[in-house]
Design a protein around this ligand. Structure first.
Ligand code: NI
Length: 170
């Protein structure tokens, strides 16, 4: 947080199936795995393209976490399926060691392209919907602290959740 590359609007990918795109995705997957993240957007590694990845799997440490399939989402479009908003804790790999209480649409439809340029769409809810919104915000230069309504609910993990294992950052 504070790096101006995180505040820019990323530009659409125009060519699919290229070595450059494959290399970017490999770099993003490595970074996400190394940092043990739930998702990552290209601007988080300094690349201003509209590319995000995410995925969450069952882990005995976090039995309450909802699973999200491993996904590559390029040039995404998001649309809410209802006006319902839900607030929950979020963390971000670009704001390490902190959590904030962030409002998000509860249910939404998203569409975009995979790495081969195949279009797909999904209707999702809950944590899946939250992760997508968090990652796609990165493409518009928005970090989750900018969305917090009550800054009393923004702080360091150790202070907010002493001694707890927390879900992964995005
Ligand atoms: Ni993030």
């Amino acid at each position: 947080m504070g790096d101006e590359r995180l505040l820019r609007r990323a530009v659409p990918v125009e060519s699919f199936g290229t070595p450059e795109l494959a290399a970017l995705l490999a770099d993003m997957r490595d970074t996400m795995a190394h940092l043990d993240g739930a998702g990552l957007a290209a601007p988080q590694i300094g690349i201003g393209l509209r590319v995000v990845i995410f995925g969450v799997h069952a882990n005995p440490r976090y039995p309450e976490v909802e699973e999200v399939p491993d996904t590559v989402l390029i040039n995404p479009e998001l649309a809410p399926l209802s006006e319902e908003i839900e607030e929950s804790w979020e963390g971000c790999l670009s704001v390490p060691g902190m959590r904030g209480w962030v409002p998000r649409w509860t249910r939404l439809k998203y569409a975009g392209f995979d790495e081969h340029g195949r279009r797909f769409e999904r209707s999702v809810a809950g944590f899946h919907a939250r992760v997508v919104q968090h990652e796609c915000d990165h493409l518009d230069g928005i970090l989750y602290p900018m969305r917090i309504r009550d800054l009393a609910k923004f702080g360091f993990n150790d202070a907010l959740f002493p001694g707890q294992d927390l879900p992964r950052e995005e």
